[in-house]
Design a protein around this ligand. Structure first.
Ligand code: SF4
Ligand code: SF4
Length: 150
């Protein structure tokens, strides 16, 4: 029938026009991100056992870490760099970390001025104050209480 498509379209418009508006007023108002948002990284160096699983799991070779031995001949982390420009945010590194010490954060404003700044030095800047994402973790609360216990 002629005009059937038009009526259907107007029907959709009529339904949507009275719905609650969802426009975000960013940057004046910060958006509400999902708890599992993957935007940046943090590394709790004190919990890291320098096993290297995260580095091996990364399909893009974005993680470069080095280790050293402490006075008890125990392996410890010596450096940890994550090249964010190679990162797919796939989560294989975070999911594979046996200590849950490598985590995604809920950061999202990732633009930088210089290409050197895309390399995250997580050994010297652990970024622990950034809001933690729950992606790949047993549960944000559990991890936070684990952290407090230690
Ligand atoms: S999220 Fe994926 S691509 Fe990014 S560092 Fe981890 S394993 Fe590599
Ligand atoms: S997988 Fe976790 S514990 Fe192992 S080296 Fe990476 S961050 Fe450290």
């Amino acid at each position: 029938m002629f005009g059937k498509g038009l009526l259907k379209g107007l029907g959709v418009t009529g339904r949507v026009i009275f719905r609650k508006k969802v426009t975000e007023k960013y940057p004046d108002v910060q958006p509400q991100l999902a708890e599992r948002w993957r935007g940046g990284f943090q590394l709790d160096v004190s919990q890291c056992i320098a096993c290297g699983l995260c580095e091996r799991n990364c399909p893009n070779g974005a993680i470069k870490m080095s280790t050293s031995k402490d006075e008890n001949n125990k392996k410890q982390l010596a450096s940890y760099e994550l090249n964010f420009s190679y990162c797919l945010l796939c989560g294989l590194c975070v999911e594979g970390c046996p200590k849950h010490c490598l985590r995604f954060t809920q950061e999202f404003e990732n633009a930088v001025y210089h290409k050197d700044q895309v390399i995250l030095d997580l050994f010297n800047n652990q970024n622990l104050s950034a809001p933690m994402s729950t992606y790949g973790l047993p549960g944000k609360k559990e991890v936070e209480s684990e952290r407090e216990e230690k």
